[in-house]
Design a protein around this ligand. Structure first.
Ligand code: ADP
Ligand code: TRP
Length: 331
């Protein structure tokens, strides 16, 4: 039997090429080797997104983004967290095995509480129970599908470790392996994709290249990449240029060395380098964008794909809950 890879995608904003290279592509590669279960963590999104229209459209945007990038719903079980009520039953059961102190140590909560204290506000000001108990819901997401590996970015490692702790407490209490203990698969070999200003591309820095922007917007965005004041004639160092770092993600080896040589020789201005970058990005992204536009033009079909995924997922989830209830004496 193949091992199980599971990851959740929070629907909290427009997808950008950092998400594409840092999360989507590596997870889709793992789907060739593992039984993959990928889902839209919409109840996690609810913690911060209170505008119903925005949440609803972001859920579809992110789902369509994964499908347009190549997720095959015949191969990967692809669903919305909110379609699996068993996850929420398991969350409540796991709460009984999760110490409050563990939640106090979770990064997301600690950061929010720390910021409040810095401002002189009450420690828990503006912090909802969804944020505080976030790691328990995430543990349930993972544990319910007997996941072996959880591909995530470094920032999520602590949450997966908490899922391990919680599953181990359950198993230790009953003296048998009721729940599978998952492993994080940290994507360390994935380069950090730089943003327009050279910092890590992130929606919180406002420096992103959106994955599905229309061609014109894509070009305009690339033209906004910050550069230094070197003149056209001056030789340039490809390794310190974010234009070149981005170029490497989209260009083949021959193109990469050709552009590096032109940088070093001088005579090429930043404008021209950006045009070259636009060409290779648009070459890779235009078919993805076309698929995305087609999916978004037919939301009922998209919703159906997600529902079919949920239908496949629910019996697996129900079996885990049943096993746990039996072990717990709630049978
Ligand atoms: P953002 O920083 O824009 O809020 P998220 O935290 O929602 O992005 O990231 C979702 C996924 O995309 C995570 O797995 C994260 O590791 C990956 N990711 C985000 N930005 C980048 C980047 N600049 N380079 C590589 N991976 C990234
Ligand atoms: N917390 C993850 C993030 O912010 C999203 C997520 C929710 C997740 N449930 C998960 C990731 C389960 C992996 C497994 O990116």
């Amino acid at each position: 039997m193949k091992k199980i890879s599971l990851t959740g995608i929070k629907p909290t904003g427009d997808l950008h090429i950092g998400n594409y290279f840092g999360a989507i592509k590596p997870a889709l590669e793992l789907a060739n080797e593992y039984d993959a279960r990928y889902f839209i963590a919409d109840y996690h999104g609810l913690n911060t997104m209170k505008d119903p229209k925005e949440l609803s459209s972001t859920i579809r945007h992110v789902a369509a983004g994964w499908l347009a990038s190549g997720l095959d719903p015949e191969k990967v079980i692809f669903y919305r967290q909110s379609s699996i009520p068993e996850v929420f039953e398991l969350t409540i059961m796991l709460m009984a095995f999760t110490s409050k102190g563990l939640m106090n140590r979770a990064h997301a909560y600690k950061d929010a509480a720390g910021k409040n204290r810095e401002k002189g506000d009450d420690t828990d000001s503006g912090i909802n129970m969804g944020l505080f108990t976030y790691p328990v819901l995430m543990a349930a997401d993972i544990i319910i599908f007997d996941s072996d590996i959880v591909p995530v970015g470094k920032d999520q490692e602590q949450h997966v470790e908490m899922a391990q702790d919680i599953a181990q407490s359950v198993n230790a209490n009953y003296g048998t392996q009721v729940l599978k203990v998952p492993q994080a698969q940290i994507q360390e070999n994935v380069a950090v994709v730089p943003g327009l200003d050279g910092r890590k591309m992130s929606k919180s820095y406002g420096n992103v290249i959106p994955l599905f922007a229309p061609e014109k917007t894509l070009r305009k965005t690339i033209m906004r990449i910050t550069t230094n004041s070197q003149t056209v004639d001056e030789p340039k160092d490809p390794d310190t240029s974010q234009i070149y770092q981005l170029y490497k993600l989209f260009a083949d080896c021959g193109e990469q060395s050709a552009l590096a040589a032109r940088y070093r020789a001088g005579g090429m201005g930043w404008g021209e380098a950006k045009e070259e970058l636009f060409r290779v990005i648009n070459r890779e992204l235009s078919p993805v964008r076309e698929r995305y536009d087609a999916i978004m033009a037919d939301i009922p079909s998209l919703d159906k794909i997600l529902q079919q995924g949920a239908q496949k997922a629910r019996p697996i989830a129900a079996a885990t809950v049943k096993r746990f209830r039996k072990a717990a004496g709630i049978d």
